[in-house]
Design a protein around this ligand. Sequence first.
Ligand code: 5AD
Length: 354
Amino acid sequence: MIDFTRDYEQVLSSTDSGLFCRLLEAAEKVRLASVGDEVHLRGLIEFSNVCQLDCYYCGLRKSNHAIRRYRLGLSEVLELSRTARELGILSIALQSGEVNSNRQVDYICSVVRAIKEDSIRDGSPGLGITLSCGELSYEQYLRLFEAGAHRYLLRIESSRPDLFSRIHPPVQFYGRRLECLDMLKDIGYQVGTGIMVGLPGQTCEHLAQDLDFFKERNIDMLGLGPYIPHPQTPMYNTSNPIIVEPYINTLKMMALTRIALPDTNMVVSTALQTIRPDGLKLGVKAGGNVVMPVLTPEEHRSDYALYVNKRFKTLEVLKEEIEAAGYSMALGKWGDSRHYFRRLNLPYPECITG
Ligand code: 5AD
């Protein structure tokens, strides 16, 4: 009998479709018991694609001169956050390429403050804000937290130091990324991380270690997505991947993560929804309980191409697909990570309505 809490490599390398179905069933059961049938929303505002890094896999890398670089103005971001609120999306995610200057951090702080001031009314806590802006210093993370952001996403990309160093230039350090995750936790953020599935050279053993990494670090939020080769990156021409079914393996990773960390928030990544039309449906079944509707203005969307053919879905389409899978879209509430509150021995605020 395979044990879904332990036999990771065996599950990941299996081609048995019966086993895959049993895994999804087990994950669905755990999910319903721990976080219920809701799928929470994070309105995604990709406020800048300017990036100082040169990750070998990412379309935003600084050496990609084929995209137009942009940064939205404060009032534009504020306007988008109002749109989110009007749609009933009470948590937003501000994402950008990595720029670690104090000037950039000042700008993000002012955006966060403006959104908070604008949305806090009659003692309500306003919009929930997640940031995803890369590696910064302790002081910078602290300033952003004090400005009002309370969740931060920083993917480890692969928890294996050797694989991490193969997909990043030598100026980027695995150890530094770990330090950042520690700092974020220390400051009090709800901390999210994640990986890509199907990277060249990545094996089922690596993925099994990623699962151990999530458990050991007691992660509050997770984002697991298939790696999608981007033609304007050096990794596009790298030899064939070892994991040939990134879609199935991402779903397996999501299901195993849900079973390992029952009360985390886990996103159904846009990448998963991009590589297969039924990505959202199966992602939700595999334990995903967050989706990120894209609010970035249409004119900039194609310039925020981490990978190619990124799929865009309206809130209505997301709702239909979530309901068709038998789940419900949670409008009008923050939808924080239950795991975070349990980790800190605090009661879960069932319904922060912003
Ligand atoms: N394919 C899939 N995901 C990618 N990301 C970046 N480039 C790609 C790609 N080519 C993911 C990384 C990053 C997140 C913002 O997007 O995991 O952390």
